[in-house]
Design a protein around this ligand. Structure first.
Ligand code: ASP
Length: 590
């Protein structure tokens, strides 16, 4: 007897194989497709294990059963009983795991009538999916699609594997509150009004950051949680307002320890998804990542590296480069191997993309044999290009400006070149660590220092002296995990000295009163004997998406929100009734 057996069925549809031939089975499932052929009704019957063909013919099925089968609509739920038979060799279906067999049903009962589905679950090969908005409104149907079923089943396995891996590493799974006090992770809080305390609010957690630190103060030593987090951020394509993190924290550790724990989890998760990857992951300093790839989440599958050509091109007197050296402007470029495959139109589009990012534009030289072409070709020789690593068949793409402008431009160019030239990747799975982030970054509007990660991150011990005098030069004990150009998560070693933590809050412009109100409970904890500690949070939804090769985060979340933070299926957010608002002591100001 298999674990899937219940009082109403003997097997799952998708589980039947050759070895079941001759067995009498009872199955329950959804009518995926129905075909009527020469007096025989064929049903593709579907459940979470897959699809099996059920055949109803006059030779074995009673007339009333045959008649009922002939009128079944798609997505009706039925229970059928019959015998598993081997299909004749020419009738086998290699595309179905159950394709060697079919079930000759003698009984059939409709147990769940179905209205005509608003979107099809069964699709012809290459048939396009309905628009996503419609699919999200009909999520109960879309979730029946075998692809989404497979993603969510993988998600389940990854969750179990993460739990097992961390448990084996002696991490304790401890839950922290959902109704909490605000923790700054750089986004707005979702607030929950208190009914019993008029005018007071809980915040939904942006992360369990402070709680996990307090668990270290309390002596739990190693904590993890599959934590649901909420951030009311401005809408972005690859974000969800609520998401899951594999959140962890450990005591008496340095960065190396935390990185080793996180690597163990990531390697296990990729293994669970069927991909062998090796550790340790290479480490890049933030400064080098920005210099060589123009981004803090470089895609290291491709060996395309940005170079500083300021000195090399200075003698060439190229007018486009005449501002080099002024206000920190540098000439930076990418030697693109095989880049002469880029068409004129490609290059024009790259130049346009560079302009849109606020760059000064793009200069380029293509080398084919001794022939040079491109916007600044007349200033170059094959020999100068050779010195820049630009060989026959290659292209040099160049731009000029301060790093803050050229880095994003070159990052984008690099991604576009990878897309258009499609070089062979050096590896399919390029994990890396980006380390030594700056502690502060300039606020987009005021230019004042704001925390790059969060205010609990410890400054690099070598830079503590610069905290006041030169905050932007101060590095943090903060690290990111990156996979194929995607940030998988962040973490840091924490400040454990209450007075240093207080100084940092002051630095952020908080008054002592505000510090007391907002973070008093953390400071109290730190002052009560805090072990050195650090941790990390892995963005679990993104991990599932990447490990599964899914197209979007919404495909690996059962009930996701749209990019506009709406739940289309259930219809949230929604207006509240006046009396509910009154109970909560709230009034909507239009
Ligand atoms: N709480 C941080 C975040 O959600 C992760 C960490 O520092 O552990 O990004």
């Amino acid at each position: 007897m298999s674990a899937s057996q219940t009082s109403q069925r003997t097997h799952r549809c998708g589980a039947l194989r050759k070895e079941h031939v001759g067995a009498r089975v009872r199955l329950g499932g959804w009518v995926h497709r129905r075909r009527d052929l020469g007096g025989i009704v064929f049903l593709d019957l579907r459940d979470r294990d897959g699809i099996v063909q059920v055949a109803l013919g006059p030779a074995w099925a009673p007339p009333d059963v045959l008649a009922r089968a002939g009128s079944l609509g798609a997505e009706t739920v039925v229970v059928v009983e019959g015998e598993v038979v081997l299909r004749p060799a020419n009738m086998k279906n290699a595309e179905l795991a159950t394709g060697d067999v079919e079930v000759h049903a003698t009984r059939l009962e409709v147990v769940g009538a179905a209205t005509t589905p608003a979107i099809p679950v069964a699709r012809a090969k290459n048939e396009e999916l309905p628009a996503e908005e419609l699919r999200l409104k009909q999520r109960h149907l879309d979730l029946r699609r075998p692809e989404l079923q497979a993603y969510l089943m993988l998600r389940h396995r990854l969750l179990q594997r993460a739990r097992r891996t961390l448990s084996e590493l002696e991490f304790l799974e401890i839950e922290t509150p959902i109704l909490t006090k605000p923790t700054p992770e750089g986004a707005r809080d979702y607030l929950v009004p208190s009914r019993v305390h008029a005018g007071e609010f809980y915040a939904l957690p942006q992360s369990p950051q402070i709680y996990k630190q307090l668990l270290m103060v309390a002596g739990f030593d190693r904590y993890f949680q599959i934590a649901r987090c909420f951030r009311d951020e401005d809408l972005r394509n690859d974000r969800q307002p609520e998401f899951s993190q594999i959140d962890l924290e450990a005591s008496f550790v340095g960065s190396d320890d935390v990185l080793a724990y996180v690597e163990a989890v990531l390697v296990a998760l990729w293994d669970e998804a069927g991909h062998a990857v090796t550790r340790p992951f290479p480490r890049l300093r933030w400064r080098d990542a920005m210099e060589r790839f123009g981004t803090d989440k470089p895609d290291l599958r491709y060996d395309l590296v940005i170079a500083d050509w300021t000195a090399a091109v200075a003698p060439l007197a190229v007018p486009f480069f005449q501002t080099a050296g002024q206000n920190g402007a540098r000439v930076r470029g990418i030697p693109v191997r095989g880049g002469s495959a880029l068409s004129r139109k490609d290059v024009d589009q790259l130049a346009e993309a560079a302009k849109q990012l606020g760059g000064s534009g793009l200069a380029w030289v293509k080398r084919q044999g001794d022939q040079l072409s491109g916007s600044v070709a007349k200033h170059f020789t094959a020999e100068t290009l050779g010195r820049l690593g630009v060989g026959d068949g290659d292209v040099a793409l160049m731009t000029i400006g301060p790093d803050r402008v050229t880095s994003p431009v070159l990052d984008r160019l690099r991604q576009e070149v990878i897309r258009r030239v499609a070089p062979a990747p050096a590896t399919a799975h390029a994990f890396c660590w980006v380390m030594d982030f700056p502690l502060f970054e300039p606020d987009a509007e005021t230019g004042k220092p704001v925390f790059a990660h969060h205010p609990f991150t410890a400054p690099h011990p070598d830079d503590v002296a610069k905290l006041e005098s030169d905050p932007f030069a101060c590095r943090a004990l903060h690290y990111d995990a990156v996979y194929n150009g995607n940030e998988l998560g962040s973490g840091s070693i924490r400040i454990t000295d209450a007075s240093v933590q207080r100084t940092v809050f002051r630095h952020l412009g908080l008054t002592d009163q505000e510090i007391g109100e907002r973070f008093g409970f953390l400071l109290q904890g730190l002052a009560a004997g805090a072990p050195p500690h650090g941790g990390f949070a892995i963005g679990f939804d993104r991990v599932v998406m990447l490990a599964a090769g899914a197209g979007s985060l919404r495909d690996v979340i059962a009930f996701p929100k749209t990019t506009a933070a709406r739940a289309l299926f259930e219809g949230a957010p929604a207006a509240a009734r006046a009396e509910d608002l009154a109970t909560l002591h709230l009034k909507v100001v239009p």
